[in-house]
Design a protein around this ligand. Structure first.
Ligand code: ADP
Length: 520
């Protein structure tokens, strides 16, 4: 192998730590490119055949806020920056498309693009998942009595978050769009579909089951677009992409972008890709991503469990000829609470220092912070609740507030996981974690103590991109089966519970009382 390339690879390789294994990895020929089309940035990441990250290129995305609560992005910017990353990562490593065996895509979910079938040009900006403009559309659906139908067929709780109402908005508000849609002249899709369509030069208009399950238009039991829901939301079936398994054939990257046009062979929404990247292959396996908010997904196997606790039922994994469902719950305020300490209260300088500050005191001193800044989500569902700090005494200082903020991520996660266990009817064995705040050893140890479970952080930071790479690699025979993927899994840290039961109960009782007050 070219020594310059070796040198580049050596300096770019991250997280390996095992020199012997790296040398072997350099000798291997094949790589997988994962495209991680996130909300704030797009990336192209190269993984070797050991599932190790070799290099990445990243570009940030511009957010457009045309009105309060509205969030958009330019679909052409998403595409062109994604392609720029694909090209940059090849040139900076010397690993070109002749050695890239497959491409996987993972994406911000629910965000939609509508484009002209004839020209391929978007007729409006992408409406981003966070955008609240379609809340009145969803309120009207609920008022018309469709909530149960939506829930039964799609597993979702009707919300502006999901794609269907966003497509309807574009058709209703862009001049001429409705007529074009009715005439079959428009196409639509989530960001995976938009990328696939353009990377294949318009040859493939497809999505995968996980992304389809976030639209409020897809029957997750019958595994097809639901004509009745499409009718209710006024979305013609002719606009919608074909739905395919997450590991499979999504065409080839056109030679305009990659000379040797590798196959696009893995596609999944970001949270589902993360579930797969963590090798959560068994029913009861759970992952939590600790970012700005927390996203929890539990594999529930081949049974779609409807939640009694306000969790969402979604398609978790569509690989290997069958569908595995998942329960999903999210914590609205997680890392954002740490940002609040830094930006609004000014009592910390960096997120990372919260770990040492929290550890500088022996316990929370009875102080709890319920970060219900925008209400409380699952399993409480109290949109009118507001944040509070309670249990303050004359001894309470900055460390108590910081500790209470850190602990609040673990308490909220605890509440969702217990709800998931109840809904799934099976206990959780361990918790796989990723995301920025999962680097905080204090929070992870406290989480393990609260749950009385092992918490495991994976060696690869980019579990989401890794999941997309795994799917693409399975579809193209780079890896034989899931057992091979599981054998490559390496954890960076493992936190074992060490709190006794009475202490755990005492802390949880304090948290429940704080939540009760926040709701009251
Ligand atoms: P996202 O993908 O949602 O932007 P990241 O996974 O990059 O989020 O995580 C960033 C969030 O995690 C921020 O809200 C930040 O405050 C928080 N965070 C990052 N590092 C730490 C840490 N060491 N301890 C606590 N919180 C952290």
């Amino acid at each position: 192998m070219n020594t310059i390339v070796d040198g580049v690879l050596g300096s770019l390789r991250t997280g390996a730590g095992d020199a012997m294994r790296n040398m072997q990895a350099d000798d291997r020929q094949g790589y997988i490119m994962a495209l991680d089309a996130g909300t704030t940035s797009v990336r192209a990441i190269l993984f070797d055949e050991y599932g190790m990250k070799v290099a990445q290129a990243q570009r940030s995305l511009t957010m457009v806020y045309p009105n309060p609560g509205w969030v958009e992005q330019d679909p052409v910017e998403i595409l062109s920056r994604q392609i720029a990353c694909m090209i940059e990562v090849q040139f900076k490593t010397g690993i070109h498309s002749d050695r890239i065996r497959a491409v996987g895509i993972t994406n911000q979910r629910e965000t939609v693009v509508v484009w002209d079938r004839r020209t391929g040009q978007p007729i409006y900006n992408a409406i981003v998942w966070q955008c609240r403009r379609t809340a009145p559309i969803v309120d009207a659906l609920v008022a018309d009595g469709y909530a149960d139908l939506i829930r039964e067929r799609t597993g979702l709780i009707p919300d502006a978050y999901f794609s269907g109402s966003k497509i309807k908005w574009i058709l209703d508000n862009v001049e001429g769009a409705r007529e074009m849609a009715d005439a079959g002249e428009l196409m639509c899709g989530t960001i995976d579909t938009w990328l696939i369509y353009n990377l294949t030069h318009g040859q493939v208009h497809a999505t995968d089951y996980t992304n389809a399950s976030r639209t409020m238009l897809f029957d997750i039991h019958k595994l097809r677009w639901d004509d009745e829901l499409c009718g209710i939301l006024g979305v013609p079936r002719s606009m919608l992409p074909e739905v395919r398994p997450s590991a499979g054939d999504f065409g080839r990257v056109s030679s305009d972008v990659m000379t040797h046009h590798p196959p696009i062979a893995g596609v999944a929404g970001d949270q589902q890709a993360s579930l797969f990247g963590h090798c959560c292959f068994e029913p009861g396996n759970v992952k939590n991503t600790y970012g700005t908010g927390c996203f929890l997904l539990m594999n529930t196997g081949e049974e779609a469990k409807l939640s009694q606790n306000g969790l969402i039922t979604t398609i978790g994994i569509a690989e290997g000829g069958h569908i595995e469902y998942a329960l999903e719950g999210s914590v609205f305020q997680a890392g954002s609470t740490i940002q609040w300490l830094r930006d609004e209260l000014g009592i910390i300088k960096t997120s990372a220092e919260t770990c040492d500050i929290a550890r500088s005191i022996p316990d929370n001193g009875g102080c709890y912070l319920v970060p219900a800044f925008t209400g409380l989500g699952a399993p409480w569902w109290k949109p009118d609740a507001r944040g509070l700090v309670c249990g303050i005494t004359r001894d309470t200082d900055r460390a108590h507030l910081v500790r209470a903020a850190c602990e609040s991520m673990a308490y909220q996660t605890y509440d969702i996981l217990r709800a998931m266990e109840a809904d799934a009817g099976r206990p959780i064995k361990e918790l796989a974690v990723d995301g920025g705040a999962s680097k905080n050893d204090f929070i992870m140890q406290f989480q393990a103590d609260l749950l009385d479970l092992e918490v495991v952080r994976s060696e690869i930071d980019e579990t989401t991109a890794l999941g997309a790479a795994y799917l693409a690699g399975l579809a193209t025979g780079v890896w034989e089966d899931r057992a091979e993927l599981a054998s490559m899994r390496r954890s960076a840290a493992r936190y074992s519970p060490s709190m006794d039961a009475p202490e755990r109960e005492r802390l949880l009782a304090g948290w429940r009382e704080a939540v009760r007050r926040a709701i009251a």
